[in-house]
Design a protein around this ligand. Sequence first.
Ligand SMILES: *[C@@H]1O[C@H](CO)[C@@H](O)[C@H](O)[C@H]1NC(C)=O
Ligand SMILES: *[C@@H]1O[C@H](CO)[C@@H](O)[C@H](O)[C@H]1NC(C)=O
Ligand SMILES: *[C@@H]1O[C@H](CO)[C@@H](O)[C@H](O)[C@H]1NC(C)=O
Ligand SMILES: CC(=O)N[C@H]1CO[C@H](CO)[C@@H](O)[C@@H]1O
Length: 350
Amino acid sequence: MASSSVAALAVVLATAATLLLSPATSLPVFTGDDGASPGFHSASCPQLDGIVWSSVEAALRQDVAVAAGMLRLYFHDCFPQGCDASILLNDTAARETALGPNLTIQPRAMQLIESIRARAHAVCGPVVSCADITLLATRDIIVISGGPWFNVPQGNLDSLAPAAQEKVFELPAPDTASVATLVTSFATRGLGDVADLVALSGAHTIGRSQCGSFVDRSQRADDTFSRKLAANCSKHPDRLQNLDVITPDLFDNAYFKALGFNQGVFTSDMALVKNKTTAPIVKRFAESKEAFFGQFARSMEKLARVPKPAGNVGEIRRFSCFRPNAQRADAAVDDAAGEEEEEEGFAASA
Ligand SMILES: *[C@@H]1O[C@H](CO)[C@@H](O)[C@H](O)[C@H]1NC(C)=O
Ligand SMILES: *[C@@H]1O[C@H](CO)[C@@H](O)[C@H](O)[C@H]1NC(C)=O
Ligand SMILES: *[C@@H]1O[C@H](CO)[C@@H](O)[C@H](O)[C@H]1NC(C)=O
Ligand SMILES: CC(=O)N[C@H]1CO[C@H](CO)[C@@H](O)[C@@H]1O
């Protein structure tokens, strides 16, 4: 079964280039650049870093769980077909957020990105994509939560349409995935080093989950911890469960320590300690926060560079991160009139 799904994946990847987005209008500033430079916006929007940092700080103060939401958004945006903000397109018929792996994307995290876009565009004009903001904001939220700094490539264009269903369903399922499945699915995205898989699972250090995502562990109720999970979920089915039960709000290596005590919430978390290849890496990360942070930073940067089958094509969404610019006409009749004129001006010159 594993080999047939790998074959299917290869076919999908090979044909993806012809299935995906057609090139469309983009600002001149983006052409001729494949979008790799972290300082990309320093001339066109020097205020961007400050806007992102202060927005993220304020959002975290209001609700610490938004950090987990942002990490999930980053992963779900970049993994299927590269970072292109396709995950945010919820105002289209085929929206990704309606698909199975994505139902638990936090509206708050989506809203945070949109509000940063609005602030940045108000100051600099529509020169920063929703995809770039997703990367910057997630990196900053990790740093503010105690985690490591890493570079995120900038100059990514926003997709014109949601990702194809089959791409979205290549996202690994936390409740059932075995280590072998996870390793295979990560390898297709340039994350073939086993340490990538273990380090990225470490994002669970600030993670939250709905009860529905770990039923196979909680219902087995075969140890003290899974019985506690089951009890919590039957008492409060709607409350989010912390994935790092030691320091749930701090980005540190306690998640890996908890795994050593059999306190991983997902089956895929526990699989990392049971597998002979990954167990020593878990142990290394549990013993050294620096080792975890170094690898996590490298792996997050790799994730930000997951190849785009059709290349860096698309647009900078100017009216909302939730819909493509072409949908402007039918969707935003009641926007402020003054703003509208200015935006039409940009549209006309693009
Ligand atoms: C899209 O998501 C945003 C943020 O969660 C939400 O405010 C908006 O209502 C959603 N739009 C649709 C059409 O679902
Ligand atoms: C353990 O993980 C390795 C990859 O790191 C994988 O190849 C192997 O199949 C896994 N073993 C089991 C028993 O799942
Ligand atoms: C169950 O819920 C309590 C109260 O929210 C929490 O402190 C505890 O960590 C939860 N149990 C587990 C196993 O996470
Ligand atoms: C529309 C859709 O895909 N719904 C699925 C969302 O995810 C849950 C749990 O993963 C499924 O039960 C739904 O069928």
